[in-house]
Design a protein around this ligand. Structure first.
Ligand code: ADP
Ligand code: MG
Length: 228
């Protein structure tokens, strides 16, 4: 196979069928999507259209029923569990609608986690976490726990956690879905700036106003992808 060095995501004819007893639900119907380095893409679709299913497959958190998926040139569906865990930890930064911060840890500790998980020494991890949080305007919130932060601040902690290990790819599933319009706008400005600095970003959303701010929109409808 010819590998395109510029290609981060190369997913081909993904099918996902959920089975529930005798019932079958085909959520993804031959979905193909390519994402190149530096892209900033929104996958736009209504609730229930399979967006999170697709994101979980692209993030190596779930496997398709059929299809092929190459992430940064690696055949994901042939990778071992260890290789998959490494890809998730090193190549991908995840951002979720509900932030998914650990409630008992401070902002700083939440952001340090992925680095500690990779084996980085604690002081080095703390330094990097502080840097990222400060860049995102949370330099005075390092020791706050999630419930002591606003929704917009929690999402910025989650963004700091996603980018702290310099992953190649940011996958964000409805990252503004729990935010008021001001915080949503702030979060989008952060994504735009990250993209200007070279980050490859895929944002999944049902919000047309969010999608219209990125470079390219693909539509997910009835399990299929449309480019316009
Ligand atoms: P979206 O993120 O666009 O709202 P999802 O990918 O979460 O859509 O879900 C798409 C469809 O698949 C929905 O009808 C949902 O109920 C169904 N679904 C999602 N996850 C599962 C699962 N683990 N088992 C069975 N059905 C599921
Ligand atoms: Mg979803």
């Amino acid at each position: 196979m010819m590998l395109n060095e510029n290609c981060v995501i190369d997913a081909r004819q993904l099918v996902k069928i959920y089975r529930n007893g005798a019932e079958q639900l085909k959520v993804l119907d031959n979905v193909s999507i390519k994402v190149n380095k530096g892209d900033f893409i929104a996958i736009l679709g209504p609730s229930g259209s399979g967006k999170s299913t697709l994101m979980n497959i692209l993030g190596c958190l779930d496997t398709p029923t059929a299809g092929q998926y190459y992430l940064d040139g690696v055949d994901v569906l042939k990778a071992s569990d260890n290789e998959l865990a490494d890809m998730r930890n090193q190549k991908i930064g995840f951002i979720f609608q509900k932030f998914n911060l650990l409630p008992r840890l401070t902002a700083e500790q939440n952001v340090m986690l992925p680095l500690l998980y990779r084996g980085m020494a604690e002081e080095a991890a703390r330094q990097l976490a502080r840097e990222k949080l400060t860049i995102l305007g949370l330099g005075d919130r390092l020791q706050h726990r999630p419930n002591e932060l606003s929704g917009g601040q929690q999402q910025r902690v989650a963004i700091a956690r996603a980018i702290v290990g310099s992953p190649q790819l940011l996958l964000a599933d409805e990252p503004t879905g729990n935010l008021d319009s001001k915080s949503s706008g702030d979060a989008m400005e952060i994504f735009k700036e990250l993209n200007r600095r070279g980050n490859t970003i895929v944002i999944i959303t049902h919000d047309i106003e969010v999608a219209e701010q990125v470079k390219k929109i693909v539509y997910l409808r009835d399990g299929k992808i449309y480019e316009n």
